[in-house]
Design a protein around this ligand. Structure first.
Ligand SMILES: Cc1ncc(COP(=O)(O)O)c(C=O)c1O
Length: 381
């Protein structure tokens, strides 16, 4: 009898015992800031739709126009017949905006990260990753032939002590669970000519920097390789690796997630190019986020568990996993849809609520969240 059933039983019951079982929520229109579920109305504080594009009408129209122009799917991988004018235009728009020679497209950030690490690294190489990098980077590093080491989160001394010639240093621009910024300037100065720097800016692109160019522009650096994803501020999905033309040629040959995977639909590429234009020109969305962040600070700043961040990601530390689930549940009852993030996604005893702000929130939404949280925590004392 194959071992799989027993293995699955054991893993599921262990998760259950630890109180860490995850569940899928099937929600209608949760890509809007306000949605209904279980006969109740909610304000969504859980999405990564920082600039409100996931429900934006003009972006939707651009996608529909893309379908009129290009039809439905791409029908093939990029090197066969899946690469179209729409893909080319998106690549050009990204390169022009972000100042790179090439942009290689992927259907997700997860696959872009894996593709880069798997195609670049060989046995004997040293890969240095920030300890809090995303699972896609960690997993790729562990499965790659390189030796992977993790430096302490945002700790330049720790990085310096591990750094050797020919290392690849990988960090996020904005950390997804903590909302803090990487010290990119210092990291780049540390790498200098010794190492290459790769930045995954999934949560910074569109949100930080002039014209939303992201964490690197905000810090005044240009990494060797930049990964941007389209599932957050772009309001859609997919990703791109930005690099010079030689790395681009290399990835076109050897990045298996690019070569052997169906290209994103051309209509989606068309919509993404439209989103680039919106991110560049619609500064009001970032200004609105700044206003909401001030409102969040005023409402939740005095509470224990509050963490100050410069981004729309607002972790609120509870500590205990069960308690964080309980608080999230009670906030939901009051109409605030929030997610409790627990180990193994975050370190033990740092279970938290992860509030995210989006341009589509109102200041009153944020104030109401703060009032509910204050009342709840007072009641628990
Ligand atoms: C930092 C980071 N990198 C990569 C990814 C994966 O991107 P995608 O959702 O496009 O697969 C995520 C997703 O949450 C992320 O937070």
């Amino acid at each position: 009898m194959p071992v799989f059933k027993r293995r699955i039983d054991d893993a599921l019951s262990q998760r259950q015992t630890q109180g860490l079982t995850r569940k899928l929520n099937c929600l209608a229109s949760a890509n809007h800031v306000q949605f209904r579920a279980e006969d109740q109305s909610f304000i969504n504080f859980s999405s990564n739709d920082y600039l409100g594009l996931a429900s934006d009408k003009s972006l939707g129209k651009a996608w529909q126009h893309g379908i009129d122009l290009y039809g439905n799917g791409s029908a093939a991988s990029p090197l066969v017949t899946g690469f179209s004018v729409a893909h080319q235009e998106l690549e050009s728009a990204l390169c022009e905006w972000l100042g790179f020679e090439r942009a290689i497209l992927f259907s997700s950030g997860f696959s872009a990260n894996q593709a880069l690490l798997f195609s670049l690294l060989e046995k004997g190489d040293l890969l240095l990753q920030d300890k809090l990098n995303h699972a896609s980077l960690m997993e790729a590093g562990m499965l790659s032939p390189a030796t992977m080491k993790r430096f302490k989160h945002n700790d330049i001394r720790s990085l310096q002590m591990m750094l050797k010639e020919n290392a690849l240093v990988v960090t996020e621009g904005v950390f997804s669970m903590d909302g803090d910024l990487s010290p990119l300037r210092d990291i780049q100065a540390t790498c200098q000519s010794k190492a290459w720097l790769m930045v995954d800016d999934a949560h910074g692109i569109g949100v930080l920097g002039s014209e939303g160019r992201g964490s690197c522009q905000h810090a005044g650096i240009k990494p060797d390789v930049l990964v941007v994803t389209f599932g957050k501020a772009f309001g859609l999905s997919g990703a791109a690796i930005l690099c010079d033309s030689q790395v681009g040629d290399y990835l076109t040959q050897f990045a298996r997630h690019h070569v052997y995977s169906t290209a994103i639909p051309p209509s989606q590429a068309h919509a993404l190019a439209h989103a680039v234009g919106m991110l560049r020109t619609e500064q009001w969305r970032r200004d609105k986020l700044a206003e909401l962040q001030n409102a969040y600070r005023a409402a939740c700043g005095p509470l224990p568990g509050y963490v100050e961040t410069q981004t729309p990601i607002k972790p609120f530390i509870i500590g205990d996993s069960a308690k964080s689930l309980d608080v999230a549940q009670q906030l939901k009852r009051q109409g605030h849809w929030v997610t409790a993030i627990r180990p193994p996604t975050v370190a033990k005893n740092t279970a938290r609520l992860r509030f995210t702000l989006t341009t589509n929130h109102t200041v009153d939404d944020v104030k109401a969240l703060g009032q509910s949280l204050t009342r709840l925590l007072e009641g628990m004392e």
